[in-house]
Design a protein around this ligand. Structure first.
Ligand SMILES: N[C@@H](CCC(=O)N[C@@H](CS)C(=O)NCC(=O)O)C(=O)O
Length: 236
């Protein structure tokens, strides 16, 4: 089974993650990375929209990362990844659809402007709107505008009236907010500087207790996500 797409693409990574969970060994080609141009007619013949990932399973060609993940889970009967039709399945699909539509749409402009510095993405108003949209999607339940600052560490030490604290940082437990921030920052550096597994950064909503409270776990150790923290709005 062939998977086409550079590993730096989030949409390729989710397919690689699904494959790793299932134990698949893809024949992987890093299209989108020189010299594998997505404008190459050979690639466009597989996906006329010129986007990665693309999965080639014999004579079957499939695009759209979420669809590919569901195809692989279904093919291998992995009900833990994609449950049978019903509420559990709908919940899985709800988060996949939310990520692909609401979440990704919110940050795309700012990411292309600030990280990729893509031409045509330099309008500061749109960057601001994109950043605000991203913050709205990932706001911690119960938090307010000063969440994700040092206020959550500082204010609880100042013996302020609870109304003052609530006005500044909302009703979220400050310790949970700080733990969550630490876990995500550690995961970010693990991923980009140490090249380690995605950790919490790849698990929307999941903050494994060990990562949330202590130092990064040993390189190479793998663990299924727990839900020990409230990482963003809407998750139990
Ligand atoms: N809805 C598609 C989106 C695919 C997509 O936008 N892929 C990006 C990479 S994350 C891409 O191919 N960008 C063009 C490029 O890298 O040149 C999916 O989920 O597969």
């Amino acid at each position: 089974m062939k998977l086409l797409g550079r590993v730096t693409s989030i949409n390729v990574r989710k397919v690689l993650w699904t494959g790793a969970e299932i134990g698949l060994a893809f024949d992987h080609e890093p299209w989108g990375e020189a010299p594998w141009s997505l404008a190459d007619p050979a690639f466009l013949a597989l996906n006329p929209s010129g986007l990665i990932p693309v999965l080639v399973d014999g004579d079957f060609v499939l695009r759209e990362s979420n669809t590919i993940c569901r195809y692989l889970a279904g093919l291998h009967g992995r009900l833990d990844l994609l449950p049978a039709p019903g509420r559990e399945r709908a919940t899985v699909e709800q988060w996949m659809d939310w990520m692909a539509t609401e979440l990704n749409t919110s940050w795309r402009y700012a990411f292309l402007a600030i990280v990729r510095r893509s031409p045509g993405f330099a309008d500061p108003t749109q960057v601001q709107a994109s950043l605000a949209g991203w913050a709205r999607q990932l706001a911690l339940r119960g938090s307010q505008h000063a969440s994700f600052t040092d206020a959550e560490a500082l204010l609880p030490q100042m013996n302020l009236p609870s109304t003052v604290q609530t006005k500044a940082i909302g009703t979220i437990d400050p310790a949970v907010a700080v733990r969550t921030q630490r876990a995500y920052i550690a995961a970010f550096f693990d991923l980009w500087l140490r090249g380690r597994a995605l950790g919490v950064a790849g698990q929307p909503g999941a903050v494994p207790a060990d990562r949330a409270r202590g130092p990064a776990r040993a390189a190479g150790s793998r663990r299924r996500p727990g839900h020990a923290g409230l990482a963003h709005a809407g998750l139990p």
